[in-house]
Write a new protein. Structure first.
Length: 160
Protein backbone atom coordinates (compact mmCIF):
# COMPACT_ATOMS: atom_id res chain seq x y z
CA UNK A 1 0.00 0.00 0.00
CA UNK A 2 1.49 3.36 -0.97
CA UNK A 3 2.24 5.77 1.84
CA UNK A 4 1.83 9.52 1.39
CA UNK A 5 4.47 12.18 1.97
CA UNK A 6 3.46 14.48 4.83
CA UNK A 7 6.39 16.93 4.60
CA UNK A 8 9.04 17.92 2.04
CA UNK A 9 11.57 15.91 4.05
CA UNK A 10 9.63 12.72 3.16
CA UNK A 11 10.29 13.14 -0.57
CA UNK A 12 13.38 11.83 -2.34
CA UNK A 13 16.12 14.35 -3.03
CA UNK A 14 16.59 15.25 -6.70
CA UNK A 15 19.79 13.17 -6.89
CA UNK A 16 18.05 10.16 -5.30
CA UNK A 17 15.14 10.46 -7.73
CA UNK A 18 17.48 10.80 -10.75
CA UNK A 19 19.31 7.62 -9.71
CA UNK A 20 16.15 5.62 -10.50
CA UNK A 21 14.47 4.95 -13.81
CA UNK A 22 10.91 6.24 -14.01
CA UNK A 23 9.57 2.70 -13.65
CA UNK A 24 11.75 2.04 -10.58
CA UNK A 25 10.59 5.34 -9.07
CA UNK A 26 6.91 4.47 -9.58
CA UNK A 27 7.36 0.90 -8.32
CA UNK A 28 8.98 2.28 -5.15
CA UNK A 29 5.86 4.33 -4.49
CA UNK A 30 3.56 1.38 -5.09
CA UNK A 31 5.52 -0.93 -2.78
CA UNK A 32 5.77 1.76 -0.06
CA UNK A 33 9.55 2.16 -0.19
CA UNK A 34 9.12 5.81 -1.16
CA UNK A 35 6.11 8.00 -0.43
CA UNK A 36 3.50 9.07 -2.90
CA UNK A 37 2.66 12.71 -3.45
CA UNK A 38 0.51 14.48 -0.87
CA UNK A 39 -2.03 15.49 -3.54
CA UNK A 40 -3.27 11.89 -3.40
CA UNK A 41 -4.44 12.35 0.18
CA UNK A 42 -5.92 15.74 -0.63
CA UNK A 43 -7.87 14.47 -3.65
CA UNK A 44 -8.74 10.98 -2.37
CA UNK A 45 -6.75 8.73 -4.69
CA UNK A 46 -3.59 6.60 -4.70
CA UNK A 47 -1.40 4.63 -7.06
CA UNK A 48 -3.01 1.23 -7.56
CA UNK A 49 -0.98 -0.52 -10.30
CA UNK A 50 2.14 0.20 -12.32
CA UNK A 51 3.95 -1.50 -15.17
CA UNK A 52 5.94 -0.39 -18.17
CA UNK A 53 3.81 2.03 -20.19
CA UNK A 54 0.82 1.85 -17.83
CA UNK A 55 -0.27 3.50 -14.58
CA UNK A 56 -3.53 3.13 -12.66
CA UNK A 57 -4.73 5.30 -9.81
CA UNK A 58 -7.77 4.37 -7.73
CA UNK A 59 -10.03 6.65 -5.75
CA UNK A 60 -13.53 7.84 -5.05
CA UNK A 61 -14.70 11.45 -5.11
CA UNK A 62 -16.21 12.60 -1.85
CA UNK A 63 -18.29 15.66 -1.08
CA UNK A 64 -15.16 17.81 -0.74
CA UNK A 65 -14.55 17.29 -4.49
CA UNK A 66 -17.86 18.83 -5.59
CA UNK A 67 -18.59 22.07 -7.39
CA UNK A 68 -21.33 24.51 -6.26
CA UNK A 69 -23.96 22.31 -7.97
CA UNK A 70 -22.97 19.33 -5.82
CA UNK A 71 -21.47 17.27 -8.66
CA UNK A 72 -17.84 16.16 -8.96
CA UNK A 73 -15.70 19.10 -10.07
CA UNK A 74 -14.05 18.76 -13.48
CA UNK A 75 -10.71 19.44 -11.86
CA UNK A 76 -10.95 16.12 -10.03
CA UNK A 77 -11.30 14.28 -13.36
CA UNK A 78 -8.39 16.30 -14.74
CA UNK A 79 -6.14 15.69 -11.75
CA UNK A 80 -6.64 11.93 -11.83
CA UNK A 81 -6.20 11.70 -15.60
CA UNK A 82 -3.09 13.90 -15.49
CA UNK A 83 -1.61 11.66 -12.79
CA UNK A 84 -2.40 8.42 -14.63
CA UNK A 85 -1.30 9.56 -18.08
CA UNK A 86 1.87 11.37 -16.96
CA UNK A 87 2.92 8.52 -14.66
CA UNK A 88 2.44 6.07 -17.55
CA UNK A 89 4.93 8.23 -19.46
CA UNK A 90 7.21 8.27 -16.43
CA UNK A 91 7.48 4.47 -16.48
CA UNK A 92 9.42 4.82 -19.74
CA UNK A 93 11.65 7.74 -18.71
CA UNK A 94 15.27 6.58 -18.31
CA UNK A 95 17.47 7.02 -15.26
CA UNK A 96 18.91 10.55 -15.18
CA UNK A 97 15.88 12.14 -16.85
CA UNK A 98 12.73 13.84 -15.63
CA UNK A 99 9.41 14.70 -17.25
CA UNK A 100 6.58 17.12 -16.80
CA UNK A 101 3.16 17.56 -18.36
CA UNK A 102 3.25 19.97 -21.29
CA UNK A 103 -0.49 19.86 -21.98
CA UNK A 104 -3.48 17.63 -21.41
CA UNK A 105 -7.08 17.38 -22.51
CA UNK A 106 -10.05 15.87 -20.70
CA UNK A 107 -13.40 14.76 -22.09
CA UNK A 108 -16.00 14.23 -19.35
CA UNK A 109 -18.61 11.79 -20.62
CA UNK A 110 -20.84 11.48 -17.55
CA UNK A 111 -20.98 12.48 -13.91
CA UNK A 112 -19.30 10.20 -11.40
CA UNK A 113 -21.67 9.62 -8.48
CA UNK A 114 -20.13 10.62 -5.15
CA UNK A 115 -18.20 7.85 -3.37
CA UNK A 116 -18.05 5.72 -6.56
CA UNK A 117 -14.71 3.88 -6.70
CA UNK A 118 -12.99 4.53 -10.02
CA UNK A 119 -9.74 3.67 -11.78
CA UNK A 120 -7.89 6.34 -13.72
CA UNK A 121 -5.85 4.39 -16.26
CA UNK A 122 -2.97 5.86 -18.25
CA UNK A 123 -1.40 4.16 -21.27
CA UNK A 124 1.53 5.44 -23.29
CA UNK A 125 1.41 5.79 -27.07
CA UNK A 126 4.98 7.07 -27.47
CA UNK A 127 7.93 8.03 -25.28
CA UNK A 128 11.09 9.32 -26.95
CA UNK A 129 14.11 11.42 -25.99
CA UNK A 130 12.15 14.66 -25.66
CA UNK A 131 8.41 13.91 -25.63
CA UNK A 132 5.93 11.42 -24.29
CA UNK A 133 2.34 10.97 -25.45
CA UNK A 134 -0.32 9.06 -23.52
CA UNK A 135 -4.06 8.56 -23.27
CA UNK A 136 -6.25 7.88 -20.32
CA UNK A 137 -9.68 6.91 -19.14
CA UNK A 138 -11.65 6.92 -15.93
CA UNK A 139 -13.76 3.78 -15.38
CA UNK A 140 -15.91 2.55 -12.55
CA UNK A 141 -14.28 -0.28 -10.61
CA UNK A 142 -17.54 -2.15 -10.02
CA UNK A 143 -19.26 -1.71 -13.39
CA UNK A 144 -16.47 -0.75 -15.81
CA UNK A 145 -18.48 2.29 -16.89
CA UNK A 146 -16.50 4.92 -18.83
CA UNK A 147 -16.73 8.36 -17.18
CA UNK A 148 -14.00 10.35 -18.92
CA UNK A 149 -11.15 10.13 -21.40
CA UNK A 150 -8.03 12.19 -21.85
CA UNK A 151 -4.79 12.68 -23.70
CA UNK A 152 -1.47 14.27 -22.80
CA UNK A 153 1.87 15.34 -24.14
CA UNK A 154 4.78 15.41 -21.71
CA UNK A 155 8.25 16.85 -22.12
CA UNK A 156 11.17 14.57 -21.23
CA UNK A 157 14.41 16.24 -20.10
CA UNK A 158 17.80 14.61 -19.56
CA UNK A 159 19.34 16.02 -16.36
CA UNK A 160 22.30 13.76 -15.65
Amino acid sequence: MPRIATSPADLLSPSEALSLSGLEFMQSILDGTNPGPPIGATMGYALHAIKEGHATFRGAPGFAMTNPMGTVHGGWYGTLLDSAMACAVMTLVPRGSIYTTLEYKVNILRAIPLDTMIDAIGTTDHVGRSTGVARGEIRGVEDGRLYATGSTTCIVMKIA
